[in-house]
Design a protein. Structure first.
Lengths: 316, 307
């Protein structure tokens, strides 16, 4: 298949391989590595600061929801059904009479868990496939590229729906639970990372320091993990940051379609899915979780953008 | 050129079989292919055994796959849950989704590339910054939120469009759904074009074109744009497959009976024939679109030659 087709994330990260020089500078040495340079550059970027603050805030909400609300998200009272925002319930009540603010706060955790874990898992799968293919080349690469292309050929959302449709709870209802969603999204979403990693490794493999290590008799695993991997991982990290936002969006899409995380579990996707049927009676149960979802996705994309710009030597 | 096309077609064959085998396994091994045939209840064991025999489900999976593929190549995609031929479903669903995709691609090309050229030429200008911010916001809002809100505002509140698309789904009813479907890709096209234009703006050939006194619009369209479009064409080409498969959400919101609708119904009712059949066609669309993109390179950039 064509190796010229790139997803936006791949195009984003392109040409960044080998930009991190190994940190050889000692304390006395005044020369800074590119990683240090990039870090210095990063903390001066408004985009990085804004997205950083947002992400820290979101992580705190996800970890300690009780700090932000004392209302039980599942204590619903039908007499409040569809009441608008007020002093006692900032985001109003949904059709079931549940506090939308409290649900939005508690829903953060599931959305973040899915985003972070899925990204870590697909980073591991994609990174491994990319490193092995890029480093060993020949038939290993041919085989792994073939597998990558096969997965790429399937529409991602469809594959996820097909897999998740098989998960049922005790009552035989569709209900996948958080971990099933994480694993499914990882299995169908690692390909961009593999391609980015493969490209970066192939570029770094040609470097003189790898040849030097080889001529000094370094073992294959030492070359791979001490020399090639640290120098080719930056583009992968950038793609991972950007795709974290996309994964959170994908989870919400699945819940919206009635697959994946289901009530009584709370996630932003579940809330939006429940709100859509009553949209003509009031927008607030839809708008607030959608707003949080958008802000979160935006924060991760901005972070990825800022990190990429800081590490891209072409822009210096 | 001819040899290149043949080589690429040959390379597509294993990917085609790999992808269809994968979806076949997902549906048949992970799921329960006969679960959907007895309605919402469980089949009783005797009926289940008989159905399994009837559909050849008692045979090993690889044999089932080969039989299925053999049938597909003779144009037999099996029957759906209601006894309708899957090919009939396809004949009604694909034209609708193709129209929807055409509208979406049209928006991507017209709005996306124009905004990209505008911002790429004015890098750093307030227009550039605001469009860039806007693309970030559009990328971050999930499609279903955009769809629901546009449907409510334009369809229900202001009455500019019909909130639900009729079963014929003519082009004029697909404008707003197409825009919704295109929104995220549109933002990516804008960003890609912008980067590409900004990079090429300082190229020697642009300076030469300006120096020999060509009018500005000619420099931009003939020299700058043509050289900057390659990554954009790649993106739009691969997006065709993604749009057709990803229209599930848009088609659900606007009640469009296209590919996404049929697939979603097929998956929920565990109708293996519909799911595998439609996905097979989508895989072919994806592969062919990729091939066409590669061939388009040679048109855009005569320096690229395929031997």
């Amino acid at each position: 298949m064509s190796n010229t087709t790139k997803s936006p994330e791949e195009a984003f990260a392109e040409g960044m391989a080998g930009t991190v020089v190994p940190d050889v500078s000692s304390k006395q040495d005044k020369t800074r590595s590119l990683a240090q340079d990039a870090l210095r550059d990063l903390i001066r970027r408004p985009m990085f600061i804004v997205s950083g603050i947002l992400i820290v805030a979101i992580l705190i909400i996800a970890s300690f929801p009780t700090l932000f609300t004392s209302v039980d998200p599942l204590a619903c009272d039908l007499k409040h059904s569809m009441e608008g925002p007020s002093g006692s319930a900032w985001f109003g009540y949904n059709f079931q009479g549940c506090d939308v603010y409290s649900q939005t706060i508690y829903g953060t955790r599931n959305s973040i868990i899915v985003g972070v874990l899925t990204t870590i898992f697909s980073l591991i799968i994609g990174g491994l496939v990319g490193v092995l293919g890029g480093f060993f080349g020949k038939w290993t690469d041919a085989l792994l590229s073939f597998v990558t292309n096969v997965f790429f050929g399937l529409p991602l959302l469809l594959a996820a729906i097909v897999i998740l449709n098989n998960f049922r709870d005790e009552k035989g209802m569709r209900n996948a639970g958080v971990m099933a969603v994480v694993l499914t999204l990882s299995v169908v979403g690692w390909m961009s990372m593999a391609r980015v990693m493969r490209g970066a490794v192939m570029q770094v493999k040609q470097a003189d320091y790898v040849a030097a290590a080889r001529s000094l008799g370094a073992s294959t695993s030492r070359m791979m993990f001490r020399h090639v991997l640290p120098n080719s991982i930056t583009p992968l990290i950038v793609v991972a940051t950007i795709s974290l936002g996309a994964v959170i969006g994908a989870e919400a899409t699945l819940s919206f379609l009635g697959i994946g995380i289901r009530p009584p579990a709370i996630s932003w996707g579940v809330m939006i899915s429940e709100a859509q049927g009553r949209i003509s009676q009031g927008l607030h149960p839809l708008l607030f979780p959608s707003g949080m979802l958008t802000i979160t996705v935006l924060a991760f994309i901005m972070l990825g953008d800022a990190v990429r710009d800081a590490f891209d030597p072409k822009l210096r | 050129m001819g040899r290149y096309v043949i080589r690429r077609l040959l390379q597509m064959i294993p990917v085609f079989f790999g992808a269809t085998l994968l979806i076949f396994l997902m549906v048949n091994v992970m799921g329960d292919p006969i679960a959907g045939l007895c309605g919402d209840r469980q089949c009783d064991p005797a009926t289940a055994a008989q159905l399994e025999k009837e559909f050849g489900l008692d045979k090993p999976v690889w044999q089932q796959y080969l039989t299925y593929m053999g049938n597909v190549f003779t144009g037999d995609f099996g029957t759906a849950f209601n006894g309708q031929e899957v090919t009939e479903l396809m004949a009604s669903a694909f034209p609708v989704t193709i129209r929807l995709t055409i509208v979406a691609i049209f928006f991507e090309i017209v709005i996306g590339i124009s905004l990209g050229v505008l911002t790429g030429l004015k890098r750093g200008h307030p227009v550039d910054t605001s469009v860039l911010l806007l693309t970030l916001v559009v990328i971050s809002i999930p499609t279903f939120v955009t769809g629901l809100i546009l449907q409510l505002l334009l369809g229900v509140e202001w009455g500019w469009i019909k909130p639900a698309v009729s079963s014929d789904a003519p082009f004029n009813e697909l404008i707003v759904p197409g825009l919704v479907l295109a929104s995220v890709s549109l933002a990516y096209v804008t960003r890609l074009t912008r980067t590409s234009i900004a990079e090429n703006k300082r190229a020697d050939y642009v300076r030469t074109a300006v120096a020999k006194g060509l009018p500005r619009h000619r420099v931009i369209t003939r020299h700058l744009l043509r050289n900057s479009l390659i990554p954009v064409v790649t993106f739009i080409g691969t997006d065709i497959g993604a749009l057709m498969g990803g229209a599930i959400v848009t088609e659900r919101i606007f009640n469009i009976h296209g590919v996404g609708y049929q697939l979603y119904q097929g998956i929920l009712r565990q109708n293996t024939q519909t799911v595998v059949g439609f996905v097979t066609v989508l895989v072919i669309v994806f592969l062919v679109a990729n091939l066409l993109v590669d061939l388009l390179y040679a048109v855009l950039d005569p320096r690229i030659r395929y031997a």
